[in-house]
Design a protein around this ligand. Structure first.
Ligand code: PEP
Ligand code: MG
Length: 545
């Protein structure tokens, strides 16, 4: 039997199927007479649930790192959320219904609300609401014992509808070969966890497969193609084994490139840096021997929070990244919020065309207090390493002038406060609007470097929404128009003595590496897993030919 889903981590495995069984608590609707007593029961259950979540957080911290563990702190906050609690209390008070049922109804309503949001990150949060509600119901029903670790037979392919964040923590990861789920999104915790564990994962296989498979059946999980093959033929097993072997050899071959230079046969050197979204990925960047961080998407700090991260909070993260990279270049991009990255507490107005809306630096200029808070944290952190600050979505010299004068203001304030900052902080502009590429000759004298965001440059040059799956065949980053704009920006960068890199997904496209080197691109910034692959390609290019 073959099933097709979406591979969210590219690797292959063969193993035995294990269905993930969830202990559901059946919720009954009962009438209550003592509202006060029911509310007391609810409070007690909330206290217990919070205690459990604190224990899970500590466990997750050790197993999956701080940023993945943070979700459980968010769960604790969600348990205290005003809307969530008001809804439960109202049902108990006004309808005289038991707390379990009030929680279940609230969970259904709120998770449906999240599921219907445009943004895939927010849609994935519906699972968090269901998770905390199930926990609360279990506590109300007296099922207090948190299952610390779920017993699994040795080395299995775990198949589930979807996995709640707390379930992913309770799983003994040593025993999981792969994750296969009926639902889920690339932003789901299953996908994130698979990435952290380096094991194959397929999501979105649809519900039917769960009723058609049994524990112990042999299956192949191909995270490259998204295929899940149950009871495979001998031929299919041989093919999968070949892929596993090839993967292994490729990995070993690439590991031998660690410590080697990014140099072409004819002696031309470039930098290969890593793109990261949070502190935890610094480890991966270092393990893959990245020469620096070419893009730290700082907005993730905001996306993972339920309120504006403070200057101090941000400072600590930036400083840690800089210190961990021990003097290597770290380019932190100021927040790129808006468009596909919506954050509730910013309370942005709904826009007709968010991709063309109040996004990135536009938002920063509209809310300078948020921008200044981030810049202060960045400059303060710059005393601890080799920092570059990069501005996204620049389209005019006027807005860049405003930004640069805010940077000066921030530095002056730090001087007045007697706070130290680095004296060699490079400032750069992302070339991700056609306008920025076209006027790159005017922008170049104002900054120290350019970095091309090919994801947005493609979207805006070709008028193709990058989020729309129906436009995939039109949204072609290899389009001549996109390449000409990159070439133009490279020419103007070099004419003014700037270096230029690429940090969009196209930087990792090995079929483009030689073209980029011939254009004079000085740096490629890619996901950590691609650093050694690109190094391998660079070392086989001969620009003299
Ligand atoms: C880009 O647009 O290419 C880019 C690197 O930024 P993001 O994908 O975060 O918009
Ligand atoms: Mg972009």
């Amino acid at each position: 039997m073959r099933y097709q889903g979406k591979g969210v981590y590219s690797a292959v495995t063969i193993g035995k199927v294990q269905l993930f069984k969830r202990e559901e608590t059946v919720v009954r609707r009962t009438h209550i007479s003592d509202v006060k007593q029911e509310k007391k029961r609810l409070e007690e259950a909330k206290r217990l649930a919070t205690e459990q979540l604190e224990t899970i957080y500590e466990k997750a911290l050790k197993e999956v790192g701080e940023s993945n563990a943070q979700i459980f702190q968010i769960h604790i906050m969600m348990l205290d959320d005003e809307d969530y609690n008001d809804s439960i209390q109202n049902i108990i008070e006004n309808q005289h219904i038991n707390a379990e049922y009030a929680v279940a109804v609230t969970s259904d309503n709120l998770s449906a609300l999240f599921e219907n949001m445009d943004n895939s990150y927010m849609q994935a949060r519906a699972a968090d609401i269901r998770d905390i509600s199930n926990r609360l119901i279990a506590c109300l029903a007296g099922n207090h014992q948190e299952q610390e670790t779920r017993d699994l037979p040795d080395k299995v392919i775990l198949c589930a509808e979807d996995l709640a964040p707390s379930e992913t923590v309770s799983i003994d990861k040593e025993k999981v070969l792969a994750f296969v789920t009926a639902y889920g999104s690339a932003n789901s915790h299953t996908a994130i966890l698979a990435g952290t564990m380096n094991i194959p994962a397929i999501i979105g296989l649809g519900e039917e497969f769960l009723s058609q498979i049994k524990d112990g059946q042999t299956a192949i999980v191909d995270g490259y193609t998204g295929q899940f093959i149950v009871d495979p033929s001998e031929e299919e097993v041989l093919l999968a084994e070949k892929k596993i072997q090839e993967d292994l050899e490729k990995k070993q071959m690439l590991q031998r490139l660690k410590g080697k230079e990014n140099i072409t046969i004819d002696g031309h050197k470039i930098h290969i840096y890593a793109n990261i979204g949070n502190m935890d990925q610094v480890g991966a960047a270092l393990m893959q021997d990245a020469g620096g961080i070419g893009l730290f998407r700082s907005e993730f700090l905001y996306l993972e929070n339920t309120d504006y991260p403070t200057e101090e909070q941000q400072f600590r993260v930036y400083r840690k990244v800089l210190e961990s990279m021990t003097g290597r270049k770290v380019i932190i991009r100021t927040i790129d919020i808006g468009a596909d990255k919506q954050v509730d507490y910013f309370q942005l107005e709904k826009e007709e065309n968010p991709a063309l809306g109040l996004r990135a630096v536009r938002l920063c200029l509209a809310r300078p207090e948020i921008f200044k808070c981030q810049l202060r944290a960045l400059y303060r952190a710059s005393a601890y390493g080799n920092l570059g600050i990069m501005f996204p979505m620049i389209a005019s010299t006027g807005e860049l002038e405003e930004i640069l004068s805010i940077c000066e203001e921030v530095k002056q304030e730090l001087d007045e406060d007697g706070i130290q900052y680095g004296n060699k902080v490079e400032l750069g502009v992302m070339i991700e609007t056609p306008a920025a590429a076209i006027i790159s000759d005017q922008i170049a004298p104002m900054v120290d470097f350019f970095s091309v965001g090919t994801n947005d440059l493609t979207q805006y040059t070709l008028a193709c929404d990058r989020q729309n799956p129906n436009l995939e065949r039109f949204c072609d980053p290899h389009h001549e128009a996109v390449l000409r704009l990159i070439e133009l920006a490279a020419k103007n960068a070099h004419a003014h003595g700037l270096w230029i890199g690429i940090c969009g997904e196209l930087a990792a496209d090995t079929s483009m590496t030689e073209t980029f080197l011939r254009m004079g691109i000085d740096e490629l910034s890619v996901s950590p897993g691609y650093v050694l692959k690109i190094r391998d390609v660079v070392r086989n290019i001969d620009l003299s030919k």
